[in-house]
Design a protein around this ligand. Structure first.
Ligand SMILES: Cc1cc2nc3c(=O)[nH]c(=O)nc-3n(C[C@H](O)[C@H](O)[C@H](O)COP(=O)(O)OP(=O)(O)OC[C@H]3O[C@@H](n4cnc5c(N)ncnc54)[C@H](O)[C@@H]3O)c2cc1C
Length: 377
C-alpha cells in the first residue's frame, strides 16, 4: 500500500498551508462567549470567501468537490496551523449534509451558501425535556394550517440557539401514528414570533446551549425537509452525521493541536518520563491515530456517495474516550501556574459532556449491539 501523497496532493497541501499562514492571525483571548462567537463568524466568513469551508461539498453549493485525501490534508494543515474549530458547526455538519441528502433544489439554493459563510447560524431543535435518548417520544406538535404549520412545544439543550437564524426541528405532525411515524422534519425561522430562547449556564460558566419555547410558531409549507410524517428517516441522516462526521472531524483537528500542546508542556516540565504521564499521552496518541483512520474511512464512504450509517456510533464512542482521556491527562501535565491551566480546566469540565452530547455512550453501545453486531435485545 502506498500512503505517500501525489505531486498534486503535495501542491494542495502547500496551497492550504500558504493560505493559512497569510490569513490566520493569532486567535485572541475572549472575555465572553458572545465575543468568541462574533470572532468565529468573521473567521469562517474569511475562510468561505476563498472556498475553504465544506471543501468536500459539491462546487455548485460553494464547496470544491474535494476528495477524501484532500479533506484529510486540509484537516491536518488546519490543525498544524492551530486554527480554531468553526463556529457554524450545526449548519455545516448537521443541517447542510441533511439538506444535501433530502432537501429540494430550492431549499439547497436558499440555505447552503450562507451556512458556509456563517452568515446564518443554525441550531438543532431535537431534544426535549421528556425526549433525549428516546428521541422518538418527542411531543412538540406541528398543527397544519393554510400554507404551513403552527409549531408548539419545548426543546432543550439547543446549542447556539441564541445566535441561530435557522433551526432543524423534529415535530409530531400525526398524533395518532406510532411513535417513529408521524414525525416531520422542519426548518424553523428562529426570528419568528412565538419563539423564546433562554440560555442555560453549563459548569464551564458559559451558556452554549438553551431552552427553546415554541408557541404557535408559523412554519411555511416549503420548510418541510423530506416527506410529511417521514421525518424520522431524515433525522437519522442528521444523527449519523452528528456522530460520524461532526464530532470526529472537528475534534480530530482540535485534538491534534491539544496533544501537541500537552506533549510540549510535558517536555518543558520534565514530565515525559513519569510513567503515568507517558502512559496517558501514549494512549491519547493511539486513540487519535485510530480516530484519524476512521475519519479516512468515513470520508471515502462519503466520496462514494454512501451516507454514514450505524458505524458512526462507534466513531462517536472513540471520540468520547479520546476527549475524556486527554482532558484527564492534561490535569497531570499542566501546572496550575501555567497560562494553559485555565484553558485545560475548561476543557476538562467540557469533556464531561462528551459522553452525553449527540446521544449518550450507553445509547451508542446499544446501537452497535443492535445494528452492527446483531445481538438479541
Ligand atoms: C454539550 C451538549 C450539547 C447538546 N446540544 C444539543 C443540541 O444542540 N440540540 C439537541 O437537540 N440536543 C442537544 N443536546 C442534548 C443531547 O442530545 C441529550 O442530552 C442526549 O441525547 C441525552 O438525552 P437526555 O439528556 O434527555 O438524557 P436521558 O435520555 O434522560 O438519559 C439519562 C441517562 O439514562 C441513560 N439511558 C437512557 N435510556 C437508556 C437506555 N435505553 N439504555 C441505557 N441507558 C439509558 C442515558 O445513557 C443517561 O445516562 C446536547 C447535549 C450536550 C451535553
Amino acid at each position: 500500500m502506498d500512503l505517500s501523497f501525489t505531486a498534486d496532493e503535495q501542491a494542495f497541501a502547500a496551497e492550504v498551508r500558504e493560505w493559512l499562514a497569510a490569513n490566520l492571525a493569532d486567535v485572541p483571548t475572549f472575555s465572553s462567549f458572545d465575543e468568541e462567537v462574533a470572532w468565529g463568524r468573521a473567521w469562517q466568513a474569511r475562510l468561505a470567501a476563498d472556498r475553504w469551508v465544506g471543501i468536500h461539498w459539491p462546487s455548485e453549493f460553494g464547496g470544491r468537490g474535494a476528495s477524501p485525501v484532500q479533506v484529510a490534508i486540509f484537516n491536518a494543515e488546519y490543525a498544524r496551523a492551530r486554527a480554531p474549530q468553526l463556529i457554524n458547526r450545526v449548519g455545516l455538519n448537521l443541517a447542510g449534509p441533511t439538506l444535501l441528502a433530502h432537501g429540494t433544489d430550492e431549499q439547497k439554493a436558499r440555505w447552503l451558501a450562507k451556512i458556509l459563510t456563517a452568515e446564518e447560524i443554525w441550531c438543532q431543535l431535537f431534544s426535549e425535556p421528556g425526549a433525549g435518548s428516546d428521541l422518538a417520544s418527542l411531543t412538540t406538535r406541528a398543527v397544519a394550517v393554510d400554507d404551513g404549520w403552527l409549531l408548539s412545544g419545548q426543546k432543550v439543550w439547543t446549542s447556539y440557539a441564541q445566535y441561530a437564524r435557522w433551526g432543524i426541528c423534529l415535530a409530531r405532525t400525526d398524533a395518532d401514528a406510532p411513535k417513529h411515524s408521524g414525525i416531520s422534519y422542519l426548518v424553523v425561522d428562529m426570528s419568528a414570533d412565538g419563539i423564546d430562547v433562554r440560555p442555560l449556564t453549563q459548569i464551564t460558566g458559559e451558556a452554549e446551549f438553551n431552552e427553546v419555547f415554541l408557541d404557535d410558531v408559523f412554519v411555511p409549507a416549503d420548510h418541510l425537509v423530506g416527506d410529511l410524517n417521514q421525518g424520522w428517516a431524515v433525522a437519522n441522516t442528521t444523527l449519523a452525521h452528528e456522530r460520524g462526521t461532526n464530532f470526529p472531524f472537528k475534534e480530530q483537528v482540535v485534538h491534534e493541536v491539544y496533544l501537541a500542546e500537552l506533549w510540549g508542556e510535558a517536555a518543558r516540565a520534565g514530565k515525559l518520563d513519569e510513567p503515568k504521564v507517558a502512559d496517558q499521552l501514549a494512549q491519547a496518541y493511539v486513540e487519535l491515530a485510530v480516530l484519524r483512520l476512521h475519519n479516512w474511512r468515513t470520508l471515502s464512504r462519503l466520496a462514494k456517495g454512501v451516507e454514514p450509517g450505524p458505524e458512526s456510533s462507534w466513531v462517536k464512542l472513540a471520540w468520547t474516550d479520546l476527549t475524556q482521556h486527554l482532558s484527564e491527562a492534561a490535569l497531570d501535565v499542566v501546572d496550575p501556574a501555567s497560562p494553559l491551566w485555565g484553558k485545560w480546566q475548561r476543557q476538562w469540565l467540557w469533556s464531561k459532556a462528551a459522553s452525553i452530547a449527540g446521544g449518550t455512550s450507553e445509547i451508542q453501545r446499544t446501537i452497535i449491539g443492535d445494528r452492527i453486531l446483531g445481538l438479541p435485545r
